[in-house]
Design a protein. Structure first.
Length: 128
């Protein structure tokens, strides 16, 4: 699923059902809607830290649904792709923010803007 993490299809449950919305006889007869379900706790691929992170961010079960296309196989691809994106986003460790100081130019811009704003407000007042 990710560049370093590949989740086997055995750990993903695929459910098929009829798509919602209009579509005539084809949509009423075929089960083209695909739901990909991944149980985080039962995964043998993920480490404990990844499981904790994924459960905290996404929940104990990750789901992805696709009913965009007419074909079941294309919807299966889309659902697995979306599931992969959700898992990737949930497992990713955010980088630590390094605090930085404002540059001299940004400080000067801020002070200049403050002066302009103060002058504008001062000119609004009636003469005293």
């Amino acid at each position: 699923m990710t560049s370093r993490l590949a989740i086997p299809l055995e750990e993903v449950e695929l459910r098929f059902s009829r798509s919602s919305g209009p579509g005539g006889q084809h949509a009423q007869k075929t089960e083209t809607r695909v739901e990909a379900v991944f149980d985080v706790a039962r995964s043998a691929t993920l480490s404990e830290a990844q499981k904790r992170r994924l459960t905290a961010r996404v929940g104990p079960v990750v789901r992805a649904v696709a009913q965009d296309e007419r074909s079941q196989s294309r919807n299966r691809e889309l659902a697995l792709e979306r599931l992969g994106q959700a898992i990737r986003a949930g497992v990713r460790v955010p980088r630590k923010r390094r605090p930085t100081k404002p540059t001299a130019a940004s400080r000067a811009r801020r002070l200049e803007e403050k002066r302009r704003r103060a002058e504008r407000k001062r000119l609004r007042k009636p003469p005293a």
